[in-house]
Write a protein that binds this ligand. Structure first.
Ligand code: AMP
Length: 189
């Protein structure tokens, strides 16, 4: 099963992806996690991405397209994968289409998790408090910036995947269990 989890920062894509990893036995592929680990390891890619991520902007399509193309060639992706945080722009979605086509693969579904901006701003602040992990890009003004970037550059993917008959929209503000159950139903599982 090859899935995309689409939705604004803080809506719970990462949480649901981790649950689905266990249920479906396929890996989560989070471009954000891969970039953060590149930053931690101070690789050239990490050094180039850090400042951009810290201010809430998107790193270049070229970088993330390369990450995804390489990652889905790994053996653990043979049975499928859950894309979390990618694609984030129409050009990335086009690139993904090309990457999958060149490998003879196709997407099964795009799960959109929805939530309004004000709730998300509060949620991200809570994430920092509860986990004790304060991401540099989770401060209040950076989260607003990331939400603006989402509405402007990423939300057009909703129509893009709807036109392709792949979109399933789920209320991301329901409880974690309810969202998981709704995803299961959407996937016909
Ligand atoms: P995330 O963990 O998905 O919220 O991503 C954190 C940050 O990593 C984003 O705000 C971007 O700066 C960068 N990033 C992650 N995925 C992408 C992507 N697909 N395209 C561009 N930038 C990305």
């Amino acid at each position: 099963m090859r899935l995309i989890l689409l939705g604004p920062p803080g809506v719970g894509k990462g949480t649901q992806a981790k649950i689905l990893v266990n249920e479906l036995g396929i890996p989560q592929l989070s471009t954000g996690d891969i970039l953060r680990s590149a930053i931690a390891q101070k690789t050239p890619m990490g050094l180039a991405a850090k400042e951009i991520m810290d201010r809430g902007d998107l790193v270049s399509d070229e970088i993330v397209n390369g990450i995804v193309s390489e990652r889905i060639d790994q053996p653990d992706c043979a049975r499928g994968f859950i894309l979390d945080g990618f694609p984030r722009t129409i050009p990335q979605a086009d690139a993904l289409g090309g990457i999958l086509e060149s490998k003879g693969l196709r997407l099964d579904a795009v799960i959109e998790l929805t939530a309004d901006t004000e709730t998300l701003v509060g949620r991200v602040a809570n994430r920092a408090r509860e986990t004790g992990v304060v991401r540099a890009d989770d401060s209040a003004d950076v989260i607003r910036k990331r939400l603006d970037v989402y509405r402007e550059l990423t939300e057009p993917l909703v129509a893009y995947y709807r036109e392709r008959g792949l979109l399933k929209t789920i209320d991301g503000l329901a409880s974690i269990e309810e969202v998981t159950a709704a995803i299961r139903r959407a996937l016909g599982a």
